[in-house]
Structure formats: structure tokens, C-alpha cells
Write a protein that binds this ligand. Structure first.
Ligand SMILES: [Zn+2]
Length: 417
């Protein structure tokens, strides 16, 4: 079999034929010369219409995906088009090139495929090209993917934020969390109301109407943007964030108490007790259990708070919103009676204020929980943390969409894996 047959099988370009092939052993390179098919006219890169040949430029070299660990180079003399539509001489458009990049579309797709499994740095090393070539390939593939993805029929979304870099800089991430399609669909700067409104503008009112469930935390700007634009959807408050807030209240009480014991010259009963009090009781083993039992026998504010926390956990065992609602009423009433626990009372008030949204979690049959959103957000944070090499917002967003967006890839990739 000829190498040409193999090339035509994997990499056919309409209007062009492979002319000759040479293996340059000293450089471990396979050079493939490509020429225009007879009588084919060059395409103007401006208006994309065929035109007459003006002249030929010097040979340009492009990279195809390697075969058998041999670098494959595509060599071609670009034609210039005398375009009568544009009324000027323009370089032709060739089907394999991406702008001025030396990486061909098939190679860029190949790289995009691999960078979902390995880091950009590793891909650059493995395929013996520069990091910039990998980056520009992924950017191209992601742009293609974003332009070709299907955003119709989204019925459930999750909204979350990530803190980015130092200081109060945030990103708002919107995920589709439908059972059959879970992916990152949008990235916005900051976490303001207008950030989320921009997302709703982006998908448009028609798609907004199809959304039945929204999952978010208690961040007010999000709540108000969702109330304004998605009033038909069931807004589910995120279980994870509720638990986080409760744990924050407990931790505040514990710290205050540690300080109080110290100032009164009492023994440091609460030393290293943070995780003991925040973890679920059922997750504690041996010594930890004994310590917890000792702690619970003391007359401390944090002990009372801890017992309330353990009790609150029952909420998640209910299946019916009515029963869950009654539980919330009772639990918050009990907390409100304890004058010594202002931190927990504050949490109880928040729960009361958002009761309907919390009950939506049960109305949605617990299907759209924070677990999905949280899982995505952890992956997003990981992607950003790994991104010390990412030099711009565009590259950061590209990496996020590439890892989490489940975007379609430009070419048929069945031969790439
Ligand atoms: Zn033109």
C-alpha cells in the first residue's frame, strides 16, 4: 500500500491532490507535497468565492498529525487570487489551514482530542511542538465547538461562582444539569446580577422559557436575576451551600468559645475540635467518637449548636416537601428560642426566608442537587489551578470550555483515539 493511499484515507482535501512524498530520515520527517487539482480555481480568503490565479508564493509548511511517531509535514505553494469580487489580489484559502498557524485542522483536532486527557504542556512535549501551537489549536477547536453546539432543549441549569486569583475577583459559571446532558455552558466575569442577566440574554427568551429547574446558592444577585428572568422555573436552593452556611455558623461559635475559655483561664477543651464538630457523627471512628462524647457532656454553647446541627441533617431524609417544611418550621423555632446562640439564629432566619426555595429541592424530587454543580465546580477550580501557564482570560475560558463544555470536535475523530 502506498503512503498516498493512507493519506487519502485519513486526510483528504477537496480540490487538492498529494503529489509526492519523501521520508527525510535524518530529521524523522515525512514531507508531503500537495498541489491543486487540475483546473481547480483558488478560493479568495476574503469573500470565499473562486477567482483566477495571480501568482504563486514560496512554499509554506504545515503540520499534519504524526504517524508512527514520525513528524508529517504538508508542503504547499499558496496561490494568490486575483479576485474580481473583492477587486484585489488576495492569498487563497486552503481547507487545512487555521489563519497563520502552521498547525493544520486535522492536527489541531488531534491535539484538541488529546488535551482533554493530558495537560497542554504534556501534549506539546509528546508531539514535539510548542505550547503556543497547542494553545492556538485548542482555541480553534473550542471556537468551532461553541459555534456548533446545540443549546436547545436545556431544561435544568446550575449556577455557581468561583473565586479567581487573589482579591475579590469572581467568575460565574452556568452548567446544564439535565440527566442526559451535563456540561459547562457559559462563563461570565464577576458574580453580579448583571452577570447572570447577560447569560439569559445570551441564550435568549425562547430558551429561557424551556428551563424548568435552576439550582443556585443563596447569593442575592443570583436570586434576583433568576426571579426576574426565569419565573416559570422551579428554583432549587443548593443543599451543599446550605450545609456550608450552617457549618460556618458552628465554626463561629466554636471560635468565640475557644477565645472565651482562654480568657477565663480554663483548659483548652476545644483544642483541635473543629473537624470533630463539623463532620457527620456517623463518619467518626474510635478515638474521635470518645472525644466527641466527652465534649458533648460539657456545658458549652458550641455543644448546643452542634446538637442543632446534627438534628438539621434529618431535613435531607424527607421525601415530601410538606414534611420537610414542617421540620424547617420546628427546627428554626427551636433555634430561635436559644438566646445564647445568635450565630445560629442568624442561619435559622436565612433558612426561614428561603424556605420555599429550599422546599423546591424536595419538589424537584432531589434530582437536581448541588452534587452535580459542586462536582463541576471542583473540576473547574482544578483546571484553573493547573493553569499557571494560562496567560489570558481567553485561554482560561478556552481551557474551561474544553474540559467541561463537552463540546463537539471539528472533524470526525474516530481514528484519533
Ligand atoms: Zn474575494
Amino acid at each position: 500500500m502506498h503512503i498516498k493511499t493512507l493519506l487519502n484515507y485519513t486526510t483528504k482535501f477537496k480540490g487538492f491532490v498529494f503529489e509526492k512524498i519523501n521520508l527525510e530520515q535524518s530529521r524523522n520527517e515525512l514531507v508531503v507535497w500537495v498541489v491543486p487539482r487540475k483546473n481547480s480555481k483558488p478560493i479568495c480568503s476574503c469573500c470565499e468565492l473562486p477567482g483566477g490565479v495571480y501568482d504563486h508564493l514560496n512554499e509554506r509548511r504545515f503540520l499534519l498529525p504524526p504517524i508512527w511517531a514520525i513528524k508529517v509535514i504538508l508542503a504547499y505553494r499558496m496561490r494568490r487570487v486575483n479576485c474580481r469580487h473583492c477587486d484585489k489580489v488576495v492569498v487563497e484559502q486552503v481547507p487545512w489551514a487555521i489563519g497563520k498557524s502552521p498547525v493544520t485542522k486535522p492536527f489541531a483536532t488531534f491535539l484538541a482530542h488529546w488535551t482533554r486527557k493530558i495537560s497542554w504542556q504534556d501534549a506539546a512535549k509528546a508531539f514535539n511542538i510548542s505550547w503556543d501551537m497547542v494553545a492556538s489549536s485548542v482555541i480553534w477547536a473550542v471556537e468551532w465547538g461553541l459555534a456548533h453546539r446545540d443549546l436547545d432543549n436545556i431544561t435544568a441549569i446550575g449556577v455557581d461562582e468561583i473565586k479567581y486569583k487573589k482579591g475579590p475577583k469572581y467568575l460565574t459559571l452556568v452548567y446544564q444539569i439535565d440527566k442526559n446532558c451535563r456540561r459547562l455552558i457559559w462563563i461570565g466575569k464577576e458574580h453580579k446580577k448583571k452577570t447572570l442577566l447577560a447569560f439569559f440574554d445570551f441564550i435568549g427568551p425562547h430558551r429561557c422559557k424551556k428551563i424548568e429547574f435552576v439550582c443556585s446558592d443563596m447569593w442575592k444577585p443570583y436570586l434576583s436575576a433568576i426571579a426576574e428572568r426565569l419565573n416559570q422555573a422551579v428554583h432549587v436552593l443548593d443543599r451543599f451551600h446550605i450545609v456550608v452556611n450552617l457549618n460556618k455558623a458552628i465554626e463561629k461559635i466554636r471560635r468565640a468559645e475557644v477565645a472565651k475559655l482562654k480568657s477565663e483561664g480554663k483548659p483548652a477543651y476545644l483544642k483541635k475540635s473543629r473537624w470533630l464538630l463539623l463532620k457527620k457523627k456517623s463518619n467518626l471512628r474510635g478515638k474521635q467518637r470518645t472525644r466527641l462524647r466527652e465534649l458533648l457532656s460539657m456545658n458549652l454553647r458550641v455543644v448546643k449548636a452542634y446538637l442543632f446541627k446534627e438534628d438539621f441533617d434529618h431535613l435531607w431524609t424527607y421525601n415530601h416537601p410538606n414534611w420537610a417544611g414542617r421540620f424547617i418550621d420546628q427546627w428554626t423555632n427551636d433555634v430561635m428560642r436559644h438566646r445564647s446562640l445568635p450565630e445560629l439564629k442568624k442561619f435559622a432566619r436565612t433558612i426561614r426566608n428561603h424556605k420555599e426555595l429550599i422546599l423546591n429541592y424536595f419538589r424537584a424530587k432531589k434530582e437536581f442537587s448541588s452534587g452535580i454543580v459542586e462536582g463541576f465546580n471542583n473540576k473547574a477550580k482544578l483546571t484553573i489551578r493547573r493553569s499557571y501557564g494560562f496567560r489570558s482570560d481567553k485561554i482560561r475560558d478556552t481551557a474551561l470550555y474544553h474540559t467541561l463544555g463537552n463540546l463537539p470536535l471539528p472533524l470526525n475523530t474516530h481514528r484519533l483515539s
